[in-house]
Design a binder for this molecule. Structure first.
Ligand code: ADP
Ligand code: GLC
Length: 468
């Protein structure tokens, strides 16, 4: 099968969160199964563009309402990611350093989607499936099935993967003229509650929908930022497929970003060397358990509660534990997390910003990883933690519920029911108690590291979905 993945992110080209990890790995595993999976994404002004070699495969121009734009599509020459990578360069739209966060993101991603379809529409053959990821690519299924200029693509099946239904990309009807001509009576397919809603349009128009975990599929009929009814209605064509991880990138035995590599056999020594190195850099005490949080500092992740959770934990039992945070997001939370450094200089530290290498070092060196998420469609952090022998402390929700079994139930993690200061505080208390039992911690680490969350299984599940 020839599969075209269309996405705003793809690791290591451009990554903001888990979407980048998924799109950087799933196609590679699909290729290993004998398929031809390709990735098409915007050509941002990132290091990857400057450090690699490309050939031009398409030169053209497109139209966004009354505005013309020029398009150049590059293919990475060496197939270094394990799949064909196409980067769509649109002058003044894609060529910026950040993936998201510009006032004209609507225009940027719409021009991107139009450029891709203009390109595919002039191929000599049709791909077997176009697989769209999240709202940035959500108008593709609508345009493929309705726009007159793409009528040759009508027979090509489309799949939407919902990585996160909180973000939908809505914009006003005044921008309707951006979308290439279609029969106007079909415009209802674009609408949700009075706006053009790319995620809603994709839910309506895609041939199949997947969510990134089975539990998230159940949850979105009740909690999906206003799309609950629509998702409940389209449940018949929706499937929950649990994300995998790229076992080659996330492999403690070979990870070049670690201070010391380790295997399941050498996990105790390996983790302790990585922990020592981290504690030296961040002025923490390696003899105490090290708790960490890695991620976007936003409400979905429960990040607003972290300052109180950490203050309580460090204040109630001074010197008993260490905490290290890596993240960025809400400026107020960032400020509070920075401020805690002054209150607990010897047991707490925070790195505000994005740092891929540091994230690997923390998964390897920490003892416990906190994920008190309010919404977690899958979550990859807990899967990386498991692979690096770090015990996850998670709220029972979405993909966290599907991947972490509590130690009390014979499992390897610590689970709590609510995103609350009390619940997380209690979970930290349990973790502290377990940590005193060195033998048990060793057994749990070994148990976690044996779990196989690689993409092998899920890559096939997606193929089965396309076959439908
Ligand atoms: P989400 O996509 O909702 O942010 P996931 O758990 O699916 O959550 O994936 C988050 C990914 O982003 C992981 O690879 C995690 O290690 C990484 N990440 C998040 N914040 C940072 C950061 N500040 N520095 C480095 N990596 C980060
Ligand atoms: C989203 C979700 C996260 C998921 C990731 C990859 O960003 O918030 O839970 O793991 O996508 O699918």
């Amino acid at each position: 099968m020839e599969i075209i993945h269309v996405s705003a992110e793809c690791y290591p080209v451009a990554k903001v969160g888990g979407l980048g990890d998924v799109v950087g790995a799933l196609p590679k595993y699909q290729n290993k199964l004998g398929h031809i999976a390709k990735v098409v994404m915007p050509a941002y002004d990132t290091r990857f563009m400057h450090e690699n070699e490309f050939e031009v495969v398409y030169d053209g121009w497109g139209k966004l309402g009354f505005q013309d734009f020029t398009v150049r599509i590059f293919r990475e020459k060496t197939n270094k990611l394990g799949f064909d990578l196409y980067l769509v360069h649109i002058a003044n739209f894609t060529d910026r350093p950040q993936v998201y966060g510009y006032a004209d993101d609507t225009e940027r991603f719409l021009a991107f989607q139009i450029a891709i379809l203009d390109w595919i529409a002039q191929w000599q053959h049709l791909p077997d499936v176009v697989h769209c990821h999240d709202h940035h690519t959500g108008l593709i299924p609508f345009m493929m099935s309705n726009c007159l200029r793409y009528r040759f693509l009508r027979a090509v099946p489309t799949v939407l993967t919902i990585h996160n239904a909180q973000y939908q990309g809505q914009f006003g009807w005044d921008k309707l003229n951006y979308i290439p001509a279609f029969d106007t009576w079909k415009s209802g397919q674009l609408d949700w509650k009075g706006s053009i809603n790319p995620l809603a349009a994709a839910i309506k128009c895609s041939w199949r929908i997947s969510t990134v975990s089975p539990s998230y599929l159940d949850e979105i009929s009740f909690k999906a930022n206003g799309l609950e009814d629509l998702l409940a209605q389209e449940r018949g064509k929706s499937f929950g497929i649990l994300n995998g991880i790229d076992n080659e990138v996330w492999n403690p035995a070979k990870d070049p970003m670690l201070s010391k590599k380790f295997t399941i056999k050498t996990v105790e020594k390996g983790k302790s060397a990585n922990k020592d190195a981290l504690c030296r850099v961040f002025n923490l005490d390696p003899t105490k358990p090290l708790f960490t949080f890695i991620g976007r500092l936003v409400g979905e992740k429960g990040a607003d509660l972290l300052p109180d959770i950490f203050y309580n934990a460090l204040h109630q039992s001074p010197g008993a534990i260490n905490i290290l945070v890596l993240g960025s997001g809400d400026p107020q939370v960032e400020g509070q997390l920075m401020h805690l450094k002054e209150t607990f200089p010897d047991y707490y530290n925070a790195y505000i910003g994005y740092n891929e290498q540091l994230s690997h070092q923390i998964y390897a060196g920490a003892d416990f990883l906190l994920m008190p998420s309010r919404v977690e469609p899958c979550g990859l952090n807990q899967l990386y933690a498991l692979r690096y022998g770090t015990i996850p402390i998670v709220r029972r929700i979405g993909g966290l519920k599907d991947t972490v079994v509590d130690i009390g139930d014979g499992g390897f993690g610590i689970c709590h029911d609510q995103t609350s200061v009390w619940d997380v505080g209690h979970a930290i208390g349990r973790a502290y108690e377990y940590f005193q039992d060195t033998k048990r911690i060793k057994e749990i680490r070994k148990m976690m590291m044996q779990i196989d969350h690689s993409w092998d299984k899920a890559a096939q599940e997606y193929i089965d979905l396309y076959q439908m």
